[in-house]
Design a protein. Structure first.
Length: 290
């Protein structure tokens, strides 16, 4: 599978961010191959017809909507070339870490690394126009930089990311209250880093150095699910990715994910999905998504 890597734009501002105009990159999005990227991607559609397979789910795309894609998420676009109008904000995690001095910033944004709520969001036409205007400002600063361009890019990007977060929280009834601690975000980060090696809550209790009760309370408050649910969903997502994209047998996948034997993986999968691994793979191959 192809992985598209971020390339710094040929401009005077050295940032790991770019604004892509739909007309300039349309051919890439009309490619129907499955691929992933090493950067975050926020796609703002003014006009669109088609579908997107993302997070092992098939989404019907609609006008005036936003799609949130995290690094290395597999995606497959099937877009109608006619009447297609979109703009894309792309950036690497290093941009967030460097510009905002916060390695957990991406995990504070509810729409990234999200497995329990939608990865698309409807936006009014008025708001879409406003967002695209701000993205145009960022593009100007990238293409014709001034001494203070990096500051303007940082401030506009921060504003957009937080506005998206506010609206996403509102639409999905999620909390925006400031966390008393970073345990929930640290837990989410650790799941991304270690899910292939650690599948028990106690593993993360040790990694974080706090109690199980503290982790669960923080996760429940910030993400409205239990810490155990978040772990199981992330592990299930990893197994599904292996089944769909790796070409490995169930036994090989069980070994990769440190299950003591394949039957344990299959029981876990059946308990979470109601299907066997074979049924899931067959359904996916036949365009049945669940």
């Amino acid at each position: 599978m192809k992985t598209i890597k971020f390339h710094r734009s040929d401009c005077g501002v050295e940032v790991l961010l770019n604004v892509l105009i739909g007309d300039d990159v349309k051919e890439s999005y009309l490619d129907t191959d499955t691929y992933n990227t090493d950067y975050f991607e926020i796609v703002i559609f003014k006009k669109v017809k088609g579908t997107l397979i993302l997070n092992q789910q098939k989404m019907s795309l609609t006008d005036n909507s936003v799609i949130f894609i995290s690094p290395f998420q597999k995606r497959k676009w099937q877009l109608d070339a006619e009447d297609l109008d979109f703009t894309v904000l792309v950036f690497q995690e290093g941009f967030l870490n460097d510009f905002f001095s916060d390695k957990l910033f991406a995990y504070r944004l509810l729409y990234f690394y999200q497995l329990n709520y939608p990865l698309d969001m409807p936006i009014s036409l008025v708001e879409i126009d406003r967002i695209c205007s701000l993205l145009s400002e960022i593009k100007v600063e990238l293409v014709t930089p001034k001494p203070d361009s990096s500051h303007i890019i940082r401030s506009l990007t921060y504003y957009l990311l937080q506005k998206f977060n506010r609206e996403y929280a509102f639409q999905n009834k999620l909390s925006l209250e400031n966390a008393e601690n970073n345990y929930a975000y640290q837990y989410k980060l650790l799941l991304e880093l270690h899910i292939r090696d650690h599948q028990r809550i106690d593993d993360y209790v040790k990694l974080l150095g706090v109690s199980r009760i503290s982790i669960n309370a923080a996760v429940k408050k910030q993400f409205n699910v239990t810490a155990t649910h978040l772990l199981k969903q992330r592990l299930l997502f990893e197994i599904k990715n292996y089944l769909i994209h790796s070409g490995k047998t169930v036994g090989e996948i069980a070994f990769e994910l440190h299950f003591s034997e394949p039957n344990h993986l299959m029981r876990f999968f059946k308990a979470q999905t109601g299907m066997t691994t074979g049924q899931f793979y067959s359904n996916y191959q036949n365009g049945i998504f669940s």
